[in-house]
Write a protein that binds this ligand. Structure first.
Ligand code: F6R
Length: 370
């Protein structure tokens, strides 16, 4: 039931504060003590304490969640992490080193390539292998075939374009990293406490980011007759740029590419002209000054910039530079909050172009054949 909403996708975008809050509560008490719940993944502590390496396998939007997790695993707890799309991984005879945690991320838990990649790894049984399903469907094949089930408590997702499954995947991945980090003593108590504190602010920040709906709808009018679009980000926002481009192309049928902003000079800058909208994810973080230089490069070539920036960035609109201010959020969790404006943008562009938002042409919700 879509209730008051015109599409399932919009309803699911709006459900994110609750879905994220539920997913956080699975690991963190709502009470006064800022710590992980004793029962969170407790049965698996011995398995998690032995892993030395992480291999993430997924497709599409779930793959983008894996890319964010790679930055987190390596920067926060110094555990090496590789991420690959399942359709490539399964056919290239990859090396899975001993003591790997293999994380399969899948909303449906029935994606054929992801399941096959997992089965291939299990056949080779590297020493100390631990497999984990990060999944929204507890009864799925993926959950049955893995050692550990880490649920996303998003609730059923009907829209083909994944929204609340993605943000809850990110939250669950962060919770897992906190668990591995504390089990293996790879992070200080203080750091752990800070991150849990920040996690608990997320539902409120997501709720506040939904207020951007109206300004983003106004912004979307600039995209109606466009043929192609670039999404730029750096660091933790690079995967969100990829996700923004995927969302836009899948529901509005406008060609879009996500790029690491530092790669501009290595090719995509040649595309930039007056007809090229460029969406930039620009929180005021450690990469902001470099990103600003990238924006100037694009602006100087007459590109039209659509920037999602924090208040703290003090960015102001000018000619061919549109700015929407996103609620302030800590750098580590910013990719979760910045997912909302890119979802809303693609939604409004698609509605304006009159495409079938919930059932885009040629696509299926669950890809059970390769
Ligand atoms: C895009 C989208 C797809 C899925 C992909 C994997 O909005 O939804 O890219 O993310 O088909 O599906 P799951 O997560 O079910 O394995």
């Amino acid at each position: 039931d879509k209730g008051e909403f015109k599409h399932y996708m919009l309803k699911e975008i709006y459900e994110q504060p609750d879905a994220v809050a539920r997913t956080i509560e699975m690991a963190v008490d709502n009470g006064d003590t800022v710590k992980l719940r004793d029962d969170f993944l407790q049965r698996h502590e011995a398995q998690l304490s032995g892993i030395r390496n992480v291999q993430i396998i997924a497709c599409g939007t779930s793959y983008h969640a894996g890319l964010v997790a790679k930055y987190w695993f390596e920067s926060l707890i110094r555990v090496p992490c590789s991420v690959e799309v399942a359709s490539e991984f399964r056919y290239r005879n990859p090396v899975v080193v001993d003591h790997s945690l293999v994380i399969c991320i899948s909303q449906s838990g029935e994606t054929a390539d992801t399941l096959s990649a997992l089965r291939d790894i299990q056949k080779h049984t590297p020493a100390g292998l631990v497999s984990l399903a990060l999944c929204n469907v507890p009864t799925s094949s993926l959950v049955r075939e893995t050692d550990i089930f880490l649920p996303t408590l998003a609730g059923p997702e009907i829209g083909v374009a994944s929204t609340k499954a993605f943000t809850t995947q990110l939250v669950a991945l962060m919770l897992l990293i906190l668990k591995v980090g504390s089990t293996q003593q790879r992070m200080t108590q203080e750091h752990l406490t800070t991150l849990i504190d920040e996690l608990q602010q997320l539902p409120g920040q997501l709720y506040a980011s939904l207020h951007l709906d109206a300004p983003i709808q106004a912004m979307s009018e600039h995209f109606e007759d466009k043929r192609s679009c670039l999404f730029l980000g750096r660091g933790l926002q690079f995967p969100i740029a990829l996700e923004g481009a995927l969302k836009l192309k899948e529901i509005s049928y406008i060609h879009a590419e996500g790029y690491a902003a530092g790669e501009l000079k290595h090719g995509p800058l040649a595309l930039v002209d007056r007809d090229m909208p460029i969406v930039v994810l620009a929180p005021k973080d450690s990469m902001f000054d470099k990103l600003k230089a990238n924006m100037q490069e694009v602006h100087a070539r007459h590109g039209e910039l659509f920037v999602f920036a924090s208040e703290a960035s003090q960015m102001v609109a000018e000619d061919r530079l549109h700015v929407v201010h996103v609620p302030d959020v800590c750098e580590t969790l910013a990719p979760i909050v910045y997912s909302v404006p890119v979802q809303l943008l693609s939604y409004h562009v698609a509605v304006m172009r009159g495409t079938d938002v919930d059932q885009p042409r040629n696509l299926a919700k669950s890809v059970t054949v390769e």
